[in-house]
Design a protein around this ligand. Structure first.
Ligand code: KIV
Ligand code: NA
Length: 266
């Protein structure tokens, strides 16, 4: 399978082929999803919640994003790799945003970066695209805005908010984003946004009419029982398997059944 590019992703919308996206933060998961044929891998700042144990994504740093992106990039041969720009890596100035986007590509090996926001970050998106770094936008429920939103709440239910989300979608497309994540918005609004744009929409908690779907790998595998939002479907439940393996190991160490002669050197 050859390396996918933003041209392949654009063509998928035209051909009405749904785009599959999952998050990964390390080599083994990235390898498995790349080999399974996933279209894009997102090294999400959700790493802060599902791997690092933070309450939200705000504490995630550039150094952490670079570390995880490097591991994913080493594992992937065909998927297009998107790295999230963490909170405060693109908000202060366009120059800093460009520098940090550049680090995710140059040092870490991402093919594209993603940042949150609509109209207010359109200029930043344009500046990053202008140095030939493809950008994915992210609108609707933007987790880095948790303190403004007052929690993780569905966005765009009121008329005024829905209009703003449509305007945000248009703004990020005009700024040059090659795709946009729609998170936590009503499915009818997501459909309207999807039909109004020529770039693909990637939904999470945004219904079936988006051009693609993204979910957090730990959520679909049942590896994260902290919370389980309505939009998550569990495609496997590996927590039980992992716990069983760990318990069996502990038992065999305690009993002396492990290691045997087979696991030992002469
Ligand atoms: O960080 C992340 O995992 C994301 C997706 C859920 C869209 O931004
Ligand atoms: Na994210």
């Amino acid at each position: 399978n050859k390396q996918k590019t933003i041209l392949d992703i654009a063509a998928m919308k035209q051909q009405r082929e749904k785009i599959s996206v999952l998050t990964a933060y390390d080599y083994p998961f990235a390898k498995l999803m790349d080999q399974a044929g996933i279209d894009m891998i997102l090294v999400g700042d959700s790493v802060g919640s599902v791997v690092s144990g933070y309450d939200n994504t705000l504490p995630v740093t550039m150094e952490e994003m670079i570390y995880h992106t490097k591991a994913v990039a080493r594992a992937s041969e065909q998927a297009l790799i998107i790295a999230d720009m963490p909170f405060m890596s693109y908000q202060v100035s366009v120059a800093e945003a460009r520098m940090n986007a550049g680090r995710l590509v140059k040092e870490a090996g991402a093919h594209a970066v993603k940042l949150e926001g609509g109209q207010p970050v359109a200029e930043t998106i344009g500046a990053i695209v202008a140095i030939d770094i493809p950008v994915v936008a992210h609108i609707g429920l933007t987790p880095q805005s948790i303190h403004r939103m007052g929690g993780f709440k569905v966005q765009g239910r009121q008329e005024e908010q829905a209009k703003q989300i449509l305007a945000d979608a248009k703004a990020v497309e005009d700024a040059g984003a090659f795709a946009v994540v729609l998170e936590g918005i009503p499915r009818d609004l997501a459909k309207e946004v999807t039909e109004s744009l020529s770039i693909p929409t990637i939904g999470i908690g945004a219904g079936a009419d988006c051009d693609g779907q993204v979910l957090v790998i730990h959520d679909i595998l049942g590896l994260c029982d902290k919370y389980s939002p309505k939009f998550v479907k569990r495609f496997a439940d590996i927590s039980g398997t992992v716990s069983q393996g760990i318990s069996d190991y502990i038992d065999e160490v305690k009993s002396g059944d492990f290691p045997t002669i087979d696991h030992s050197f002469k």
